[in-house]
Design a binder for this molecule. Structure first.
Ligand SMILES: Nc1ncnc2c1ncn2[C@@H]1O[C@H](COP(=O)(O)OP(=O)(O)OP(=O)(O)O)[C@@H](O)[C@H]1O
Length: 282
């Protein structure tokens, strides 16, 4: 669905250098801290930022589509752009109907009502959470086959975040669509995505299927003595602390089977990010 190869963009000291792929039927997550390069990558994919080098293929393995068709099949949500503040939801519906042949106007208005967005109020009076909801309803209403969602959960409360995740899952139901979604709230990504890229300082540090992270990765908590004796072959990163050593592995089972005296936890995406980004080589 989407292939990014060797995309490079320099902003002074910051250098983005990324390759990634989003497969058909996949929700792919991009997790990274503030300033990691998520928005720059997404804007480059949408053609809003000029790349210094690299190659981006969208829908190339899906058959032949004209450039206008490709644009209609691609939907994006950015936190710093959206509809004019002076529009009302009803006016946005009419505008989108004129722009997108496959726009589902009734479905759009129904979902706005279900999410308690007033149809006749200018969106200038909407809260940031209401605007975030409106954007996601809009982008999933015109038959786009690939969504690029840059921190779509920013500004949403816990309930609205769950609603949004449900809406994305519903959008994915036909199996022919894909989503690339960024967040620095890894909880959002963990429950939703099929695979995850971890970005730090413009570089991809890790790419894994979420099932592999859940089933294979683990955090080992050891004394210095235990660390000295342990087989380090499957340790990815370590962090030395006053009380002992914490290590990240992608072969949790191996250590569970062979080192019963060591504390081994499953670890969530946050733990893994923190060790991948801040840990040392073993
Ligand atoms: N137009 C620009 N001109 C100069 N530097 C820029 C520009 N856009 C982004 N940058 C720099 O590129 C780096 C990556 O920024 P980017 O917005 O892509 O990060 P991000 O991961 O989306 O961060 P956040 O989570 O805070 O939105 C930052 O150092 C930022 O200052």
């Amino acid at each position: 669905m989407l292939k990014v190869r060797g995309l490079k963009k320099n902003y002074g000291d910051f250098c983005l250098d990324v390759s990634l792929e989003v497969k058909k039927g996949y929700i792919t997550g991009l997790i990274g801290r503030n300033g990691a390069g998520k928005s720059t990558l997404f804007k480059a994919i949408m053609g809003l930022v000029k790349m210094d080098d690299g190659d981006i293929e969208v829908f190339n393995d899906e058959g032949f589509y004209s450039e206008i068709e490709k644009k209609r099949m691609l939907g994006a949500v950015f936190s710093d752009s959206g509809f004019s503040q002076y529009f009302k939801v009803k006016e946005i519906a009419s505008l989108m109907e004129s722009m997108y042949p496959k726009f589902d106007k009734n479905g759009f208005l129904e979902r706005c009502k279900a999410w308690e967005l007033p149809l006749n109020k200018s969106i200038k009076k909407f809260s940031s959470g209401m605007i975030a909801k409106l954007k996601i309803i809009a982008v999933t209403s015109y038959g786009a086959r690939l969504l690029i969602l840059d921190e779509p959960t920013a500004g949403l409360d816990v309930v609205a975040r769950r609603d949004m995740a449900d809406m994305i899952r519903e959008y994915m139901m036909d199996g022919e669509r894909s989503v690339l979604i960024s967040s620095h709230i890894s909880g959002d990504i963990e429950g939703l995505c099929d695979d995850v890229y971890l970005i730090e300082d413009g570089q991809i540090l890790l790419h894994e299927e979420t099932d592999t992270i859940r089933d294979g990765y683990g955090i080992l908590k050891m004394t210095y003595d235990q660390y000295e004796k342990i087989d380090k072959e499957f340790l990815l990163k370590i962090k030395k602390e006053k009380t002992g050593v914490i290590a990240l592995t992608d072969r949790r089972n191996y250590y569970e089977e062979n080192y019963s005296g060591i504390v081994i936890e499953r670890g969530n995406v946050d733990d893994i990010i923190s060790l991948m980004a801040r840990g040392d080589e073993k």
